[in-house]
Design a protein around this ligand. Sequence first.
Ligand code: GRF
Length: 234
Amino acid sequence: MTRLRIGVLISGRGSNLRALIAACSAEAYPAEIALVISSRAEAPGLGIAAAAGVPVAVIPHRDRRAFAAEAQPLLCERRVELVCLAGFMRILDANFVEAWPNRMVNIHPSLLPSFRGLHPQRQALAAGARFAGCTVHFVRPELDCGPIIGQAVVPVHPDDDEARLSKRILETEHRLYPLAVRLIAERRVRVIPGVVAGADVERVEILNARIPDISALNPQDCPRSPACLEPRLE
Ligand code: GRF
């Protein structure tokens, strides 16, 4: 099996990186991590990558263009085919994003297009949203924009604070991101352009998709469902 070579960009904790590393460690998983780049030398995620024997690089983020100028050759040298932003806390240079057309993805802890930008969980609570979640999407130059590949939903509980809600969402992130990367690696993800009310839009079509089993992504809230044991989104 030829595995899709992914490059993961991080800035901090690295729990999504850990989830991707765990997924890639399975023999049947169709992707492998070719490189991890951190924008911060002190990012705990670097330790996770090093412990897994994944090549790492640190590119301190001075400005967008300088970061791109250093990152691009490293990604090419490691023959990266898909760039995964996983808690990468900087806005990327637009030319860099455009150099990876439908080959750069991000995970964001909200149900996009709601609550873009910083503290989306806090934004969801402040808006009184009844449901929250996370989104994996293709990256476009505008912040937290781009066609949606997959989403996982969690309920917002009446006594939630930002920390509790973030933890519940993060658990689903760790399942959604490896699933989205797998679908891309299996070449089942297509971006379809369209027009709505005169504006250009894009949506993702997943080949051979099954109906999403949302509850399977949130086992805490469906203790009686056997589907919880077998998470499936497609
Ligand atoms: C995650 O919540 C991710 O959705 C957001 O930043 C956070 C990164 O967490 N983009 P981690 O570094 O993967 O633990």
